[in-house]
Design a protein around this ligand. Sequence first.
Ligand code: ADP
Length: 407
Amino acid sequence: MKNLMKILVLNSGSSSIKYQLFDMLEQTVLAAGSVEQIGEEGSHLSHSLNTGQPGMRKTVRALPIADHRQGFQLITSTLRETGVLADPGELSGIGHRVVHGGEKFKEPARVTPAVLAAIRGLIPLAPLHNPANLLGMEVAMENAPAVPQVAVFDTAFHQSLPPHAYRYAIPKNLYEAHQVRRFGFHGTSHRYVAKKAAEFLNKPLTSLRLISLHLGNGASAAAIRQGRCIDTSMGLTPLEGLIMGTRCGDLDPAIIFYLERETGLAPGEIETILNKESGLKGICGVNDMRGVGELAADGNPEAQLAISMYCYRIRKYIGAYHAVLGGLDGLIFTGGIGENAAFIREGCCEGLAHLGLELDKGKNLAPRQGEAALESKAGRVGILVIPTNEELEIAEQTVACLREVKG
Ligand code: ADP
């Protein structure tokens, strides 16, 4: 079998395509970037090239990009012009991030017409994301027909949840007829950081009980036992669970009906409020944690409350997952906030010494490159920062899937 070398990873959104080109033999990123505001005023390409020197060489080009087809062609022509990919045919595979794989996809899948149809069938569960992911796959297949393509699902890692964790206590026909259950998201990231945490701790993943906190604009927690996810905070959609930049997370469902009655808002308007106007933004007016931190440091009480609520919610999940895991070997922080916001890590570990979680404040504040252990000497449980790399995980899963398919 020929070596699987160059893998292109695509993350297609409704008006953007993000990409990374990997050399899997060398385990390096050759180039990365995005086409953005596709079909809109201000469309542009950002391209970062690995020149072999420290840091990437970044260029931004403003130009009209009418649709995803043009966007994909612009990516491949830019990869050619910058000397990292002569032709799409040179790719060993293309890995696509797909948000929702429903109950059908427990593993990455080689993209075939049947797989595309199944992903299309899941659009009701992810009406914003799956259509854009599909469009990306169709355009890539059209422009690189000889290159095998693999779909890697955000939900797949959570398919190991047992029914008592994934079912909601509502009439069972709503599950059977409409798939109303917990799916969970960010699975690619949770899986990657769990694997990396085991490597970092130099212990087999199968021996560990881990809680992984992916804290970015979206945020979720996962309870991982012996490498398998047993519970996660996001639900049927990414709205459930932790407090996020603009999403409310856990909520009394009756609030929706109460708001409908009291305000006359339509269900769709309430959905928009809960997804886009809530979370940190709803509490203090700012959705970006850096901005929230600055406001709080200036004494803004709403920003201080937002941080307290954010960390309190996470502590509740740590307690719950500690219980369902039957103990804990490591707490993992990842995502833009988990990796960078020391004040949030401190707030999440506050008062949890009885669970063995004791943060070393000096280590927490120290400048950090890559992975780090932040627990104090007295701490019985590892507190780890593990930078996530969803693109690399997609590339690795793409290679694994293609090896399996080829036998
Ligand atoms: P996404 O979920 O879109 O991938 P990221 O994982 O990049 O987002 O996380 C974005 C969040 O990380 C933002 O709230 C941002 O403010 C926060 N963040 C990034 N760097 C810092 C920092 N140094 N301090 C506090 N928050 C930070």
